[in-house]
Design a protein. Sequence first.
Length: 430
Amino acid sequence: MLKRERLLAIGLMMTAAVVSACRGGGGDEASLSGDKSSQVKETLTVWVNRPDPLYEKTANEIAEEMNVSLKYELTNGDDLYTTKLKTAIVANELPDVYMQDAGLSDRSMLLTSKSAAPLNDTLKQLGAESKYYKGQLTKDKDGTIYSLPYRPDTGYVLLYNKKLMAKLGKQPPKTYDDLLNISEAALANRLLPIALGNKDRWPGDLLYNMLVLRQDTEAYAKAAKGEMKFTDKPFVQAAEQIIELVRLGAFGNEVLANGDQEVMNMFYSGKAVFYPTGSWVFFSGAIEHLKNDLGFAIFPKTGPVDDLYLSSLSNHNDEAPYALFVNPSSKRLAEAKEFAVRFSLQLNDVQVKSGQIPYAQTEAKPEGPISKSFSEFVGYTLKLKGTQTFWFDVLPREKGERFRDLTQKLYTGDLSAADFTLQLEAVMRK
């Protein structure tokens, strides 16, 4: 089933307000490890890079079902986690099972260093390969499957606080001028207009990506192919908009001092009007904290592109998605591979029960009312005519890091759009 069909499936799920819980995916597969009830428990180490309580809860459930002990380690922060993985690869100290974010450079690093075990045999033995929707299992040229999905595709979203918007007497922005006007009104009411913590670099990187997309949906693809320059008008105008918002104070005075977690908390506590981020936040705190005050807005018309359904940003990456890997040097390789498959499928079920989009077949259904804001996001996604992968996820790691470092400088307000794009052209061509 294609991505659009998966979205239609979740759309149909939303028609039911409350349904009974269904069995989890982890219990469907025959165990490969046999009856261990009388044996000494093996210990599996699992590394994760997202503070999602569903991950830890599900991992512990699978470990209990398999009768193994679990050492669960969370490292929050993309850069910290990547450094930890690199160090572990060099020292040959990778855990049994580990997560990795989307991106060609990170995946290439893992495969080139032979740090990922083939999973075809375990998927076949468990009868699990056919459960994944088309395109969700990334295969190497020879058909080898080295990774498994652990989270659904996510898109770029502009969230807002409905209560604060009403207080300002405003409606969600339709244009760039609307965004400026709402920002000015928020500042007049001592509110942070846009919660963006660019200490972490990626929030500012994604906002610039989106502003360029609204200037010209093909600009990045053409520039990457050498058919345009990164000094051309779409890139300059998007940079000028960032600079204007910075000088207005739309991101506050601490945009480079605050990380995403700090500004996220400000948004959740009612101190910020907008929060541009990834759709993963719906289920990692946004719905829980804001409930009915959480709003989803289609990113406004900030450039010449009139059709706001023509394209948007997404982390969807067929070649290098968010993935779960198994260490081929694991002393408990069979158990680690079985754990990874069961963990992936049960996470799919758990996430569907909370209302998220499935990446594998499941009998699970949402267990309660679907958030209106999330429903609106899915409705928008269903109507999209195309998506563009986050730039960083398709760049080689070193080039991506230089791009993020440069984009971070844009948020000082001291770099002109012309200077920024000249440097951008140099970074992207190097």
